[in-house]
Ligand binder design. Sequence first.
Ligand code: UD1
Ligand code: CA
Length: 419
Amino acid sequence: MRNVACIILAAGRGERMKSEIPKVLHPICGRPMLEYVFDLVEDLKIKDVIVVLGHKYHKIKGLVRPKIKIAIQKRLLGTADAVKRAIPLLKNFKDTILVLYADNPLLTSKTIRRLLDYHQRNGLDATLLTANLDNPEGYGRILRDEYGGISGIVEDKDADEFQKSIKEINTGIICFKKERLNWALRQVRPDNRKREYYLTDTIGIIYRKGGLIDSVRLSNTEEALGVNSPVELAKANKIIQQRINEEFMKNGVVMLAPELTFISHGVKIGRETTIYPFTVIERDVKIGKHCVLGPFIRIRKGSHLADGVVVGNFLEISRSQFASGVKAKHFGFIGDCRIGRDVNIGAGVVTANYDGRHKNLTVIKDKAFIGSDTILVAPVKIGKGAMTGAGAVVVRNKNVPDGQIVVGIPAKPLKKRVG
Ligand code: UD1
Ligand code: CA
């Protein structure tokens, strides 16, 4: 996007989260909230992006993408003050400044593009993204004059009874003509209940100087959600999960109950894979075509299931690779495991991958058959076509050769009966 620079505010304390972790690091569908606003500016192809960090910034700065510059707000004096910290980094920039809040993870690039187009096409000084909410509590309310023009914003904490009844709210997303913004920021005073410099006060200031202000209204009000508390975090999670799941279904993944299917951002799943309820899939997981997952399965970080794998019913899989056609259909734990083609994992199989100090690898070669309730104490290898009897405990480093059958505790080769 040309002639647009963006300032992202992420310095706040996030007190309402009641958490030691900075608000913008709280995960939504498996990744920090802040990543969503970074995606947004990347999608919009905005070149000059400044993120304002403050509270615990050393914990956040590692997440900031290379092309984005960082401004530090040392004292958290309010949103107007935060924007002021970013302005010096935009010295040579003249045109439109878009302000985004890092706690608005649901905004889409389509909406922002509409806002910027409207702002630039009409040569406005400031354009607000607003929404009409049934329950506007907590948000800044839009004030309008007798001609219906926007005359200011009043924060929820400072609003009187009449103003509280206004349903039109400020999403926090505003674009400005840079010179107007600069000028208005200098006029903002902390004369409110929080004793803060509010960015929202610039609107009344520009209005009183006869500036041109207008708004674009959100058609989908869910995009307005600001995440300030764990309750709002749960709402954001739910909506983003819904978006992720709908995208999968559009691409041919079958979900019996999408509202009970929890998949992290960035997971890959092939078409015609069927997912039963209570499937949890975490980050960095890849799943092939024609698989069947769940019900009740947790597939953790770093796992890769190839085509035609069937897994489910109270199983946990962690950092493991499953080749095509593997079946593990009943409860168990598979961690740090490489499993070859068409292996059958019986009910209740456990890989004992952790020896108290290290995570160790289990390798199961093609077509092996792991009997019910087998424990594989890693590091260990099970050969091609080998078999373990029900309840066997295969101890560490006692690799089972190809084609061999082992039984018992500790597992030993099955001796053929003579006669
Ligand atoms: C803000 C708006 C409100 C709007 C709502 C939408 C102001 C004064 N109010 O209220 O009109 O309806 O968002 O969600 O802007 N921040 C800083 N430095 C600071 C203070 C805040 O960088 O000194 C950052 C926060 O990290 C956050 C954003 O600014 O990302 C907004 O601050 P927050 O305290 O969440 O404002 P709200 O009360 O939600
Ligand atoms: Ca907020």
